[in-house]
Ligand binder design. Structure first.
Ligand SMILES: Nc1nc2c(ncn2[C@@H]2O[C@H](COP(=O)(O)OP(=O)(O)OP(=O)(O)O)[C@@H](O)[C@H]2O)c(=O)[nH]1
Ligand SMILES: [Mg+2]
Length: 328
């Protein structure tokens, strides 16, 4: 007898096949079991689904091996930099990721929707910056790989919900980061650190700014933190202030872009060389080719030079947007 499976069922089955974690598989399987047509033709299949579910629930009971849990948090850095989103449940991290990248991260009005980190690429002018959505911060439990993901990032985006006490949320986030031996630096210099502590630049973002009274909460939040951190309000869902957000994300990364050119040709402004702020012409040469730096005689600089095409030595500090012609 034919099973006559419905599109709904096939859709759920596809989700099941694509699921990577046991909870995701259980969720998809639950849907399959709910929508499968209940007649003689599907009897065997229904039996199989039932025993699969029993097996998955058994897996869930077993403690996951540390290795596996950590693996999920091992997100390969791509693009110019990696910025990790951090926030309490429901602050809107996944909504934001879906708005500014092409990545899909499930959004829901109940907490703890996101169960593993999800990366996406955000375009900022001629750059790609990787954003990583994460499961919400919980004060009583930290997933094994979570601290490392944060410690290895180039910057943090701390997201709070402006419709719930934002100052309180930020205090919890800073407290949890402290537990992970992560100090946040915003404006000004990076503080001196104890052994084992890392310092990361952070951008504070108040979300849901379009909701009534949210901007009043934002003012309180801003008063509290603006001396220490860059801070801005957005509406992830409403798409408000997101261009400004991209700029601010770039700003916390402490990087700059320069462009190289060959004599007599125009520079390619679509291919920036990305370096740390404070880098020199020598660093540009090194990034082009390791042999270049030893052979470098001088460079010509357009942009920050006193005059266009100024001849400079290798220790010349470069600035955002400079065009550099290396002479060997
Ligand atoms: N009004 C309003 N609601 C928003 C905004 N951004 C997100 N939301 C809603 O807030 C709820 C939570 O959004 P998510 O993106 O799932 O939040 P999350 O921080 O990823 O949640 P967890 O994964 O549980 O940590 C959803 O109902 C969203 O639609 C916003 O800018 N304005
Ligand atoms: Mg989420």
């Amino acid at each position: 007898m034919p099973a006559n499976l419905t599109p709904q069922y096939l859709d759920a089955e596809l989700k099941f096949k694509q699921a990577k974690t046991t909870p995701e598989k259980i969720k998809a399987l639950e849907v399959m079991m709910a929508v499968i047509p209940k007649h003689k033709g599907t009897e065997r299949l229904r039996g199989q689904l039932k025993s699969r579910m029993a097996k998955l629930k058994e897996d869930l009971q077993k403690r996951p091996t540390v290795g596996k849990a950590e693996q999920a948090y091992n997100i390969k850095r791509e693009g110019a930099a990696q910025v990790v989103l951090l926030g309490l449940p429901n602050s809107g991290k996944s909504t934001l990721l879906s708005q500014v990248t092409h990545a899909l991260s499930e959004v829901a009005d109940y907490p703890y929707t996101t169960q593993r980190p999800i990366p996406g690429m955000m375009t900022f002018e001629n750059l790609q910056i990787q954003l990583v959505d994460t499961p919400p911060i919980q004060s009583d439990h930290i997933e094994p790989g979570f601290p490392n993901l944060l410690r290895n990032a180039d910057g943090l985006l701390l997201l709070v919900d402006l419709t719930e006490d934002p100052v309180f949320q930020m205090e919890i986030l800073l407290q949890e980061l402290n537990k992970m031996k992560i100090k946040t630096a915003g404006k000004g210099s990076v503080p001196s650190l104890d052994v084992g502590t890392v310092s990361l630049r952070a951008l504070l973002v108040g979300n849901k700014c379009e909701v009534r009274n949210a901007m009043e909460a934002y003012r309180r939040f801003e008063n509290h933190f603006r001396d220490s951190f860059p801070i801005l309000p957005i509406s992830a869902q409403g798409g408000m202030n997101l261009d400004e957000l991209r700029k601010e994300i770039y700003q916390i990364l402490n990087i700059l872009r320069v462009y190289t050119k060959t004599p007599g040709k125009e520079p390619d402004l679509t291919e920036p060389v990305i370096l740390k702020k404070g880098s020199t012409v020598g660093d540009v040469a090194l990034s082009v080719h390791k042999d270049f730096v030893a052979k470098l005689r001088y460079a010509k600089v357009w942009g920050s030079g006193k005059f266009e095409g100024q001849m400079v030595k290798r220790d010349y500090p470069i600035n955002e947007g400079d065009v550099i012609e290396l002479h060997i």
